[in-house]
Design a protein around this ligand. Structure first.
Ligand SMILES: [Ca+2]
Ligand SMILES: [Ca+2]
Length: 206
């Protein structure tokens, strides 16, 4: 009798532990997942007519794993996005920086396209999976958990439209060049940036 009760206890305990394991399965774990990028600078616009991460040579690769370190396949692209690393500098449009595809069988996807949004930052970017920032970054050589991607936008004040206020800010940067207005990323702000800026005036989120 005692042994039978002991056996039941062992079975129940095993079942509970098994269920706990199942509960972890398929749930992204920020400590097991990874994100990497060569790093660089990109210009985004509210309507998503700026430069793609791929064109700027700084695509982001994301690998999503659960707490057991197992790859999570088919994780929805709409739940994986890029945003500032907590500075609040970037103001994205709805769904403005989603992953290119759902994760593949290895739990891998990329974020390499055009981003819709405004604001500017040199304080780094992060990948968020269902709202949780991934904490493990690889391959950028800095050991940092944030991504070395600088972002600017003709929407300089980050209100998700390119309007008069932004024109005024851009004009002041023609005198004292700032990263935020260097849309062709050549280290200065001049007529080349102005001609780019002109094509984006009036843009808002889609
Ligand atoms: Ca604006
Ligand atoms: Ca420039």
């Amino acid at each position: 009798m005692f042994n039978r009760r002991l056996l039941s206890l062992v079975l129940v305990t095993g079942l509970i532990l098994g269920l706990a394991g199942l509960a972890w399965a398929g749930v992204p774990d920020p400590g097991q997942s990874e994100v990497s990028t060569p790093g660089g600078a990109v210009t985004i616009t509210p309507a998503g007519n700026g430069q793609s991460l791929a064109d700027r040579g700084t695509p982001v690769t994301v690998t999503i794993r659960d707490a057991n370190g197992l790859a999570i396949a088919a994780y929805p692209a709409q739940d994986i996005w890029l945003d500032d690393a907590g500075s609040g500098d970037i103001n994205l449009c709805q769904g403005g920086s989603l992953a290119d595809d759902d994760t593949d069988v290895n739990g891998v996807t990329t974020i390499s396209g055009l981003i819709a949004g405004g604001g500017y930052t040199q304080a780094g970017m992060s990948v968020y999976v269902s709202g949780v920032a991934l904490t493990v970054a690889v391959d950028d050589g800095t050991g940092s958990t944030i991504l070395n991607i600088d972002v600017n936008s003709p929407d300089l004040n980050g209100d998700r439209e390119v309007s008069l206020s932004d024109i005024s800010l851009f004009t002041s940067d023609l005198t004292v060049p700032q990263f935020r207005s260097d849309f062709n990323h050549d280290g200065t702000v001049n007529l080349s940036d102005l001609s780019l800026f002109a094509t984006w005036i009036g843009e808002t989120c889609p």
